[in-house]
Design a protein around this ligand. Structure first.
Ligand SMILES: [Zn+2]
Length: 225
């Protein structure tokens, strides 16, 4: 697996599994059955025998460790499959604002809060929301999306409570608009953890799925402290 097509996604993927378990508990549905359906959906989307085997043995075979280096396509396929299974008939698959929730948004939000209490605790300790956006978020982003995307990330500070984040998804094998929704959720959950109030994140400028040479996405973030 080429390095640029994989990253330290292990803990993020573990977080998705825990999110599904938690979601099932809260909604009184059978976790094992849901996971089987998600596996079926993921296999359908895999696209090759090799990827199908990887999904069966690694992801659904329970071999994901927090430190596992995993390929990007895995997160894409898994996120699409879990969203399709959990969202129900009439719910949206993605969102462009933190005012409207969806499964990928909640999965990102869940992971942010969980990681803030565990693996990335040090990046949340004694940080103000603006410090976290400027100093911690780029580190976390790089872990999840790799060096190249990390280099191209831009954090613009309009004021202590108004930021803009620009991501460049060029060459990234991610879940596109669904993935953008997890970013909105991750930012939202992190800011909640940092005690920001009246958080609003909007993502009106999304080029993740266009054929444009530069696939830029802009996230506008406001909150009160
Ligand atoms: Zn986007």
């Amino acid at each position: 697996m080429a390095e640029e097509h994989s990253s330290q996604l292990g803990d993020f993927i573990k977080g998705r599994l825990l999110f599904i378990e938690n979601y099932c508990k809260e909604n009184n549905i059978n976790y094992k059955e849901v996971l089987e359906k998600i596996e079926e959906e993921a296999i359908k989307r895999a696209g090759s025998k090799e990827k199908e085997d990887f999904l069966r043995t690694r992801l659904f075979g329970g071999l994901v460790l927090p430190t596992s280096i995993l390929p990007y396509w895995l997160d894409k396929v898994f996120l699409e499959a879990m969203s399709a299974v959990l969202k129900g008939q009439n719910s949206p698959l993605f969102t462009t604002t933190s005012k409207i929730s969806c499964i990928p948004f909640e999965a990102g939000r869940f992971n942010a809060k969980r990681q803030a209490d565990t693996i990335f605790k040090i990046m949340f300790n004694n940080r103000t929301p603006s410090d976290w956006l400027k100093l911690s978020f780029p580190v976390l982003y790089r872990k999840c999306y790799g060096e190249e995307a990390g280099e191209k990330l831009k954090i613009i500070e309009h004021s202590k409570t108004h930021f803009e984040i620009i991501t460049d998804n060029t060459n990234l094998e991610k879940a596109l608009r669904i993935d953008c929704s997890t970013v909105i959720g991750y930012l939202y959950g992190s800011l909640e953890k940092l005690n920001a109030k009246n958080i609003l994140i909007t993502h009106d400028k999304c080029l993740a799925e266009t054929p444009a040479p530069k696939k830029l996405c802009s996230f506008d973030i406001t909150f009160d402290i």
